[in-house]
Design a protein around this ligand. Structure first.
Ligand SMILES: [Zn+2]
Length: 139
């Protein structure tokens, strides 16, 4: 499933180069493809609206910088334990946040490096990527 959303308002006339893609993988993971640094703000706004339920829960976590992994008093983990929140959604959000943090950090990376990192994020790890590449080479 490939969901492509164009930009709103004043960016409408700029066509493909300003498009972002939110790629949802069968595993439930999501990869956001941002063509340029200036779009990170918009992507962040999208995250906030797409995961408003998790953000509302996160506001009730005991720690403001809660990563919703193993912290005590985590409202997000509590909601998952109670079946109120799908853990896959939390994982998707975490992956997207990691992808965006990565893009902000590595604004100077080459395109090839970015593509590689994107693939690593998609398959989960560098190990998995190597296995995947081996498997494909045999074909
Ligand atoms: Zn939390």
């Amino acid at each position: 499933m490939l969901v492509t959303r164009g930009l709103r308002g004043d960016d409408r006339g700029r066509h493909a180069t300003t498009r972002r893609q939110l790629l949802l993988l069968p595993t439930g993971a999501a990869v956001i493809d941002t063509p340029g640094m200036r779009e990170l703000g918009l992507a962040a706004a999208d995250l906030h609206s797409s995961f408003a339920d998790i953000e509302a829960l996160a506001a009730q976590c005991r720690f403001r910088d809660c990563t919703h992994t193993a912290e005590p008093g985590c409202a997000v983990r509590q909601a998952i334990a109670q079946g109120l929140l799908d853990e896959d959604r939390l994982e998707s959000l975490t992956k997207l946040q990691r992808e965006m943090a990565f893009a902000q950090r590595k604004g100077t990376m080459t395109a090839a490096q970015r593509e590689r990192q994107k693939t690593v994020d998609m398959v989960g790890s560098l190990d998995a990527l190597h296995k995947w590449q081996k498997t494909n080479r045999k074909k």
